[in-house]
Design a protein around this ligand. Sequence first.
Ligand code: FAD
Length: 470
Amino acid sequence: GSAIVWFRRDLRLDDNPALQAALEAGHVPIPVYIHAPEEEGAWPPGAASRAWLHRSLAALDQSLRARGSRLTLVRGPTIVALDRLVASTGAEAVFWNRLYEPAIVARDARVKQHLRARGLHVASFKAALLCEPWEVMTGQDGPYRVFTPFWRKAAAWLDTPPPLPAPARLPAPPAAAGERLDDLRLRPAIDWDRHFWEAWSPGEAGALELLDAFVEGAAHGYKVQRDFPDRIGTSRLSPHLHFGEISPRRIVVRLRRESWPAGVRPDIEHYFSELGWREFSHHLLHHFPHTTGSNFDPRFDAFGWVEPDPSVLAAWQHGRTGVPIVDAGMRELWATGWMHNRVRMIVASFLTKNLRIHWRHGARWFWDTLVDADLANNTQGWQWSAGTGADAAPYFRVFNPVLQAQRFDPAGKYIRRWLPELAALPGSAVHAPWEHPELLRRLAPDYPQAPLVDLKASREAALAAWRAIR
Ligand code: FAD
């Protein structure tokens, strides 16, 4: 008989346990994607994610067709869609890979119960993580709140069983009615995303290309180079990991099989620990689901957050704060759907500390604009940066964006790339142009002539607000 393989954010044929399980049980797999954003609670995919998803679904359909199968697209509600598919195809089973967002977990539990009550065989699998959130627990059987002990234990999962190879051929699935991809309207009506695709190729093939490029290039020296936004010092696999176009297991096995020069070992270990932060973020999301909207550290509920003035928030969002490293980051995000990790930390510190705006506002903007927007990683990244999170940078460690820029973009290459209006400013003036008002007026008249807030005074105000709740 046939089995529905319900694709969600596991948009790959390589190392796909749900697909493999259907084949091993002797079923004809019916690959299906169900569009049901209204089932994702407060966090349906944002605009940049939808644009990525459109291309990723097209890529998945193409690789299924190359193997003799195809992807059927349908609209939710999920239970109605699955019932209809079962009725029209005679499928006997439904297989999928697990996700960890609270609203999706609750939806999946309802779907499972419904299908089982109707007599179908249902099974779900681990595919997105090395270790699921409940597979690593403290000695007292509780969740971890600190990364280092978490990773000390969870790193054992780097010794993973080998990934499952993509099937070379697939049987043709029975006919089923579906939608056209364009009719799901995932793509923006105005193509503000047109430049994204100069930098990205959504889909499994694009992910494997980036992994190859990382092995050849940025892996060597990763530990140091990863902090410099003016070069390709990281793998840029985050959107591919988010959409499950590559499995963490495939990455780990590839990096472990490589014979590295001795000096590169620490780089690879460091890369694994970044994958570890991804695992830790999912651990936190599962065990502390309320933290997608509220502070992990409840002392910050009483903190003197400033209700954002829409024009101030807009200046941050669009890279018009007058602080070049912050503005460069926000422009990179807008232009490419991605921002370098070092710069994410800088813009987040500026928003939550210098502007004292609640991290929720920043997380929401990132959610809509990042192609790698991920509820686990984004929540953890924002709470960490804001000082409100589990194992966070302490609140009183306020980044000085000028020192950060001098240290991590010493020649101002990154700043000039994303802020062409500053291109004419000489050397060091580019890090803190307000200290050179003459030059700024003459050479960059279109750039804000003063920062949105005084860095020193706003830092002091943030620390005073922190002392009040400490
Ligand atoms: P690499 O350095 O090549 O790392 C490899 C992989 O490890 C990444 O693809 C990612 O999956 C994971 N990883 C790396 N750093 C982290 C981290 N700090 N936390 C969790 N996982 C990590 N990452 C997202 O994937 N989605 C988000 O929505 C997101 N929002 C963030 C918001 C803020 C405020 C901050 C400070 C960080 C955020 N991050 C987020 C984490 C990090 O910035 C990105 O994962 C990273 O920049 C992606 O680039 P890369 O793939 O080249 O990373």
